[in-house]
Ligand binder design. Structure first.
Ligand code: DX5
Ligand code: ZN
Length: 226
């Protein structure tokens, strides 16, 4: 099982302390910065615009994990700053031209991940398996931080992991996004998750950010030895 990777959800950070937060992320060696993009159409919320993402990319050496909760992503990818080492995920539910979106992400050297909302079955991935670099299993309904894990999420993580393995994609990572708490994270790890988007119930829970990152990392590594 590959090493667990952390991708803190930047939309959950205190905007008035963002510079300090990015420094802590770098010091603690988080693998990615999760950047939620919402257009108010695909999900009933708006967040993290193109200029914000560009500024974070300029300020931080940590690779981005851009989560596009937008319609017609293939038409809007050129608006975003990303490249080699970054992850860009598009929702399988977000339009008719997902193939084109995945291709455009890879053209810029980034990893193309396909995100599934809770009600979308794992089998939906089958037509895309040759064109993705990872899968995001949404463990909450997309649109808001601070929600509770959707029922059946752990079984779905395991089912996606099984489907990838059965298709010779044992090294393709599974990312989990939503209510990755100190209770849920080890269960998600046991179910087969590799990349952990951590927001309000994880690294941004009350307490020191750096300590929370270290504690979550230790919890997940503990799982690896279990
Ligand atoms: C929700 C976003 C998640 C969210 C995670 O649509 O995709 O990344 O910010 O926040 P928590 O960890 O609080 O569920
Ligand atoms: Zn997200």
């Amino acid at each position: 099982m590959p090493k667990a990777m952390l991708s803190p959800s930047v939309m959950c950070a205190d905007p008035f302390r963002l510079g300090e937060t990015l420094r802590v992320f770098e010091d603690r060696g988080v693998e990615y910065l999760h950047m939620d993009v919402m257009d108010g159409v695909f999900v009933p919320n708006l967040c993290l615009g193109t200029d914000f993402i560009r500024r974070v990319k300029e300020k931080s050496a940590v690779p981005l994990d851009i989560h596009l909760m937008i319609t017609e992503p293939e038409k809007k990818l050129s608006w975003f700053s990303f490249g080699a080492g970054d992850i860009v995920s598009v929702h399988i539910e977000s339009g008719e031209h997902i193939d084109e979106a995945l291709g455009r992400i890879r053209e810029k050297g980034a990893k193309a991940f396909l995100a599934l909302s809770p009600d979308t079955p794992p089998e939906s991935l089958l037509p895309y398996l040759g064109r993705i670099d990872g899968v995001v299993v949404m463990t909450v309904y997309p649109g808001f931080a601070g929600q509770k894990m959707a029922p059946g999420s752990l079984e779905k993580i395991a089912a996606v992991r099984r489907l990838l393995d059965e298709n010779g994609l044992e090294t393709l990572p599974v990312e989990v996004d939503g209510n990755v708490s100190f209770i849920n994270a080890p269960l998600m790890r046991k179910a087969g998750a590799d990349v952990f988007v951590s927001g309000s119930s994880g690294v941004f829970r009350p307490g020191e950010l750096g300590d929370n990152i270290d504690a979550l990392r230790a919890l997940l590594e503990g799982e690896e030895t279990a």
